[in-house]
Design a protein around this ligand. Structure first.
Ligand code: PMP
Length: 433
């Protein structure tokens, strides 16, 4: 063979669909937080233990269960889990569901989203994304060959010096309607919304539903924070509105539901007409999710079905606990002069940092938005990690939203207290008192 020893490849290796999506906020900020922060309120995960019943369910599945739980199970979801999910969603949606055709289990909500975009979006299709948005929607639409079309929630300043609420961030109905066209294939709805914590009202969902029906558009409804809703607010499922079941895929996550993000168990719920295409993507990519995790998760959902609506239900207890944590963090932030936007749901809140501009040095020749600079400076100088809000916006709109950062409050009270200590010390240094 007369080939040179160093026969390096010279042609481009990267597929065109990866162009422009190589940067990832989580990869960058998770690393920074690990290097610099003492208190990490950045990435969204609870640092308190997952509930005992979940740990016990896993032990049971491992111990007393069948040895077959170590082998493959049904590709589209372990039967006990799809049955439990179908039972639960029958209750929530008030319609009969077939566990075998209306539910599919995925590797977290991430894979559910990926399957949806791959299943429904063709080259040239447009997908409407409401800003601020969970960042992967944009790259997933692009990877499928689609074009994301962005529409921002517009904040309205509250009167009489009150704190802003996530409800003050609203869609402009005319602007939203203007984004729909014959090219629109789908809209992504995320209620409760990461990063704002906004819980879309029934009226807002009716507006979205009306436009979906009028333009014959699909709705990919990311409801991973469905149980994390505060102050007596109610989470309305868009699939339950007239005309919407047939065109909606609901996405959920056991990671958020049971404070166990590392389990990566997620699901899609929807009509057979849509789910069958999601199954096609799944069977040709992941094919199968871990059996043992699905078995344990099935037991957790069975428990919740038995306790449904009762005070012992985790669906009741978790939001109660988180609401207190939300209020603790709000107090700490207010006391140092940040202006938190009170979230109606999720375990995130964003806070206005415009009062801190003089604290953060400008970096010459670095074209970095203020919220990025602020977050990095805060991590390195104060040891507190958060995420810049503009990371949740498209390139074209980023520069309008650089005065906020996102905190996660699904943390032990001790972690929130440590954050408070940092903030109080900072305040003393600022005011000298
Ligand atoms: N959707 C939203 C809105 C999220 O915030 C997250 C996780 N941060 C996901 C989907 C992904 O969920 P999972 O961890 O179950 O893949």
């Amino acid at each position: 063979l007369s080939l040179p020893l160093q026969a390096k490849m010279s042609r481009p290796v990267q597929a065109r669909r990866l162009e422009g999506i190589d940067k990832n906020i989580w990869v960058e900020f998770v690393k920074l937080a690990a290097t610099y922060s003492k208190v990490n309120l950045g990435q969204g995960f609870p640092d308190f233990p997952a509930p005992d019943f979940l740990q016990e369910a896993l032990k049971r599945a491992l111990g007393g269960g069948s040895h077959m739980l170590h082998q493959y199970t049904r590709a589209f979801g372990h039967p006990p889990l799809v049955k439990a999910l179908a039972q639960l969603f029958e209750k929530l949606l008030g319609r009969e569901l077939d566990p075998m055709t209306n539910v599919m289990v995925t590797v977290g909500a991430y894979q559910a989203l990926f399957c949806c975009f791959q299943a429904f979006v063709d080259e040239g299709d447009e997908v409407i994304i409401i800003e601020p948005f969970f960042d992967c929607y944009e790259s997933m639409v692009k990877m499928a060959g689609g074009t994301p079309v962005f529409v921002p929630l517009r904040p309205k300043a509250p009167k009489d010096g009150k704190l802003m609420s996530s409800a003050d961030w609203q869609l402009d109905p005319t602007e939203l309607a203007s984004k729909f066209s014959e090219r629109t294939k789908a809209i992504v709805l995320n209620s409760p919304n990461n990063p704002l914590g906004k819980v879309f009202s029934r009226g807002e969902l009716e507006l979205v539903a009306e436009l979906c029906v009028k333009h014959d558009v699909l709705c990919i409804s990311d409801e991973v924070y469905e149980w994390l809703v505060y102050d007596g607010k109610e989470h309305t499922r868009i699939a339950s509105l007239p005309g919407m079941w047939d065109r909606t895929v609901i996405i959920g996550s056991a990671g958020k539901t049971f404070s166990a993000t590392g389990w990566k168990v997620g699901w899609t719920v929807g009509p057979d007409r849509l789910l069958q295409h999601i199954c096609t993507v799944h069977q040709n990519s992941i094919y199968h999710c871990a059996t043992i995790a699905q078995e344990a998760m099935a037991q957790c959902f069975q428990r919740e079905l038995t306790l449904y609506g009762k005070p012992e239900s985790y669906f009741v207890q978790l939001p109660r606990t988180l609401q207190q944590k939300r209020d603790l963090l709000i107090q700490s932030l207010v006391s140092v002069g940040m202006k938190p936007v009170v979230p109606e749901g999720t375990y995130f809140l964003v806070a206005d940092i415009s009062e801190f501009k003089s604290d953060v040095p400008e970096v010459p020749n670095l074209d970095e938005p203020y919220d990025y600079r602020f977050t990095k400076w805060m991590m390195k100088n104060k040891g507190l990690a958060a995420i810049p809000l503009s990371a949740f916006y498209s390139e074209a709109h980023k520069n309008n939203y650089t005065n906020f950062i996102r905190f996660c409050f699904a943390k032990e009270d001790a972690t929130l207290k440590a954050a408070n200590d940092i903030l109080q010390k900072w305040k003393k240094e600022k005011t000298g008192s």
